[in-house]
Design a protein around this ligand. Structure first.
Ligand SMILES: [Zn+2]
Ligand SMILES: [Zn+2]
Length: 499
């Protein structure tokens, strides 16, 4: 089905310049021929793209009757939509139904489309909005359900001039209801049935009469009031954003991001606050509050002061980690897009990491934070993890690592911690000898480091907003630039070769 996409990608690979030609490194193992998605996954993806990206598959009978050109058109249409979805979620936009792309598609999310033009111009023409909660299928006793709903509504009313008033009557501007999923695949009167556990968690309608402003939750989800299962306050806050007139945001730090993601503190991002204030004006109390604790901003890849928590190679890509976000740089694509760490590795990997590296040979990725490390294979956390870093051979005085640099061909990894570096033998799975001083091993490299990665034959060290390109053969720094130098920022924004 997505044959054309694959052909296109193969062509791109052929035209690619050879990967990082370091004499120290063997070329990465040739990629396994892609098995391709199963028929069920292909069908699932078509349905997903139909619901959220406006993909229109041609009716089967027409397809059968049509010439092969028609088939190609359809394939191109499908690829185009896959790419659109991949761009939205910060995946490599190759149009392929990869394991990763399917993983992101299968994550719980909002039932509204990511591309339909809605929101912005639609808003309530009054400042006080009434709401009611229908009594059936509630996930918790009525008072607790109401408390969760109130918490979510308050997020929006505390920053804007909108007010909410509860109504017991049958009619309200915002009618909140829990509907059971696909029992006899019946919808609940709005043509959008829920799918049972997973998939679409809820949907909402833009401000307006009748069903306008209403919010529906799938009662078959495992609703919770905390971080296990699906958090009702988190999903409710998102859906109320729609009920007030907001559409989906591609900013993964926004509460209007369509994929479910649980952040430890339920709060609006800087952009959410600006969007709702644009529609309804600013709450005067918010101004004072925001001076004390401003709403969080999603890190900007072109911020000249940007620093990273960790940087790693991942197959052909370089991945930059910051807080709960990451950017992926693929050699075939100019753009580096932001996404959530959890969009790929769910909640199995923590945010605010210290170091990350990929062991290509064993096909595992190791994540470090504090005195723990996590081992992931095929996007799945391995059994028994996280473990203590002392398992790798660190003495108990080492409480964390700053950076990890993996040497693919020599099968060892150098860990940087404080002013020391440690060499870990990947083949024998032991720490070799005693630590060395960074100042003796890596001349002029500052410490403690933030991150280290191989890139185009050089080692790139990161500290603060600077990046040190190091020639391993000559044992010296060849250039210093902004930490975000490898991001696709406009020229001038990143100060290249500042020394
Ligand atoms: Zn939504
Ligand atoms: Zn509904």
């Amino acid at each position: 089905m997505n044959l054309l996409c694959m052909t296109f990608l193969t062509l791109m690979k052929l035209h690619q310049s050879p990967a990082g030609a370091s004499p120290l490194r063997i070329p990465a193992a040739p990629p396994q021929p892609p098995a391709g998605p199963s028929e069920a996954d292909q069908k699932f993806a078509e349905e997903y793209l139909h619901l959220f990206y406006g993909y229109q598959p041609k009716p089967d009978r027409r397809k059968r009757a049509a010439a092969s050109r028609d088939d190609s058109d359809q394939t191109m249409g499908f690829c185009h939509k896959v790419k659109k979805m991949q761009r939205f979620f910060g995946l490599t936009p190759d149009g392929k139904l990869s394991e990763e792309t399917l993983t992101v598609m299968k994550k719980p999310r909002c039932g509204l489309s990511d591309v339909e033009p809605y929101g912005g111009a639609v808003r309530w023409r009054k400042r006080t909005i009434s709401y009611r909660i229908a009594g059936e299928n509630l996930p918790f006793p009525a008072s607790r359900t109401h408390k969760a709903v109130r918490r979510a509504l308050k997020l929006w009313s505390s920053v804007s001039l909108i007010r909410f008033r509860r109504r017991e009557a049958k009619e309200a501007d915002v009618s909140i209801a829990f509907f059971s999923g696909a029992v006899f695949s019946a919808d609940h009167g709005d043509g959008s049935p829920f799918s049972g556990k997973g998939g679409a968690l809820a949907h909402a309608f833009l401000p307006g009469l009748g069903i306008g402003g209403d919010v529906h939750f799938d009662s078959e989800e495992e609703w919770t009031l905390n971080s296990t299962g699906i958090s009702l306050p988190v999903v409710a806050a998102h859906e109320f954003g729609h009920a007030l007139g907001l559409s989906h945001s591609p900013d993964p730090g926004s509460i209007m991001y369509p994929a479910y993601n649980f952040a430890p503190s339920l709060e609006l991002s800087f952009d959410d606050v600006k969007s709702i204030q644009h529609l309804y004006g600013e709450n005067p109390n918010f101004h004072l509050q925001s001076l004390k604790s401003p709403p969080p901003k999603t890190p900007d890849k072109c911020d000249p002061d940007l620093s990273f928590d960790a940087v790693t190679e991942l197959q052909q890509e370089v991945v930059f980690f910051k807080d709960r976000f990451m950017w992926r740089k693929h050699p075939s694509f100019v753009e580096t897009r932001i996404t959530l760490i959890s969009s790929l590795w769910s909640d199995s990997v923590p945010s605010h990491l210290d170091a990350v590296y990929e062991n290509v040979e064993k096909n595992v990725i190791l994540f470090f934070k504090g005195d723990q490390y996590w081992k992931v294979q095929h996007l799945i956390l391995q059994e028994g993890f996280p473990r203590n870093i002392s398992d790798l051979g660190f003495p108990s005085r080492i409480k964390s690592v700053d950076a990890a640099l993996h040497f693919r061909n020599d099968r060892y990894t150098v860990f940087f911690t404080g002013h020391e570096c440690w060499r870990y033998n990947e083949l024998r799975a032991v720490m070799e000898g005693s630590p060395m001083l960074i100042e003796q091993q890596w001349l002029e490299i500052p410490f403690p480091l933030d991150a280290a990665v191989f890139y185009e034959g050089f080692v790139n060290f990161f500290k603060g907003n600077k990046q040190y390109k190091y020639d391993f053969g000559q044992n010296r720094i060849v250039s210093v630039s902004r930490a975000n130098d490898l991001m696709d920022c406009e020229m001038g924004k990143s100060n290249k070769h500042i020394s």
